[in-house]
Design a protein around this ligand. Structure first.
Ligand SMILES: Cc1cn([C@H]2C[C@H](O)[C@@H](COP(=O)(O)OP(=O)(O)OP(=O)(O)O)O2)c(=O)[nH]c1=O
Length: 220
């Protein structure tokens, strides 16, 4: 773990799971598992099927997109669980009117980083918590604002060569300790894939916030 990761992963808040239910992380993201572990949550991992993420609807805003995908990932895993609290999430970056998901290859990652270079941008994470015992759930979106400095082509190339961008929305890992990326407002853990402060609030207020979730036929 780098020094930067240490700072982000230090002293994270934790809440009890309502009803004492087991927590199931419906995500294959190693970062989300690390964040939950660092905060002291006990949980099992059951990632959603990869195809629930397919297709960005062009009319959607970034918060609409991450809310929908977090819900879909949870809905995919809920039928596979006994009584549990299912937790799913989706993260994208957004810059200059473009939504940036995970890069497909080095060239795609380079395009994303060139777009972000020298510009303020945002990272959105949608979180879905779903109690399979009661069928009640909540979907919530957090936004963090960042700025990427005017890094040189050489610095970008070095980062691209490191392949640390792989599997990360916007082609950067805030936790990778690059000094050309700063959070200007909002949660750091939200950038890494799970807003831990907000997760604590959602769990603490779950009984007041949660609504009955209706699964439609095309989401089964
Ligand atoms: C912006 C940013 C994203 N990320 C990661 C968090 C997420 O793992 C990933 C965004 O992809 P997601 O589609 O949100 O998640 P995932 O594919 O990793 O896992 P799953 O779909 O199974 O839940 O980008 C970082 O690690 N650091 C960052 O700075």
């Amino acid at each position: 773990m780098s020094g930067m990761e240490g700072a982000i992963f230090d002293g994270l808040p934790r809440a009890d799971i309502p009803g004492g239910l087991p927590l199931v992380l419906a995500s294959g993201s190693p970062r989300r598992a690390l964040l939950l572990e660092a905060a002291g949550y006990a949980f099992s991992v059951c990632p959603a099927h990869a195809d629930v993420e397919c297709g960005i609807c062009s009319r959607e805003t970034p918060p609409e997109l991450v809310a929908r995908l977090a819900y879909r990932k949870a809905a995919d895993v809920v039928p596979k669980c006994d009584d549990a609290m299912v937790l799913a999430a989706d993260t994208v970056a957004s810059c200059h009117g473009q939504i940036l998901g995970k890069p497909e290859n080095r060239k795609h990652a380079e395009e994303m980083l060139r777009l972000l270079r020298g510009r303020p941008h945002s990272v959105y994470t949608g979180v879905c918590l779903w109690n399979t015992a009661t069928g009640r759930g909540v979907v919530d979106v957090s936004r963090t604002q960042l700025t990427m400095q005017e890094v040189s082509d050489q610095q970008l190339d070095e980062y691209l060569d490191s392949r640390l961008w792989e599997g990360k929305a916007g082609a950067f890992g805030y936790q990778d300790g690059v000094d050309w990326l700063q959070v200007t407002e909002g949660s750091e853990t939200n950038v890494v894939g799970l807003p831990m402060e907000r997760l604590q609030e959602l769990l603490q207020q779950f009984d007041d916030l949660a609504m009955v979730v209706v699964r439609s036929a095309n989401e089964t």
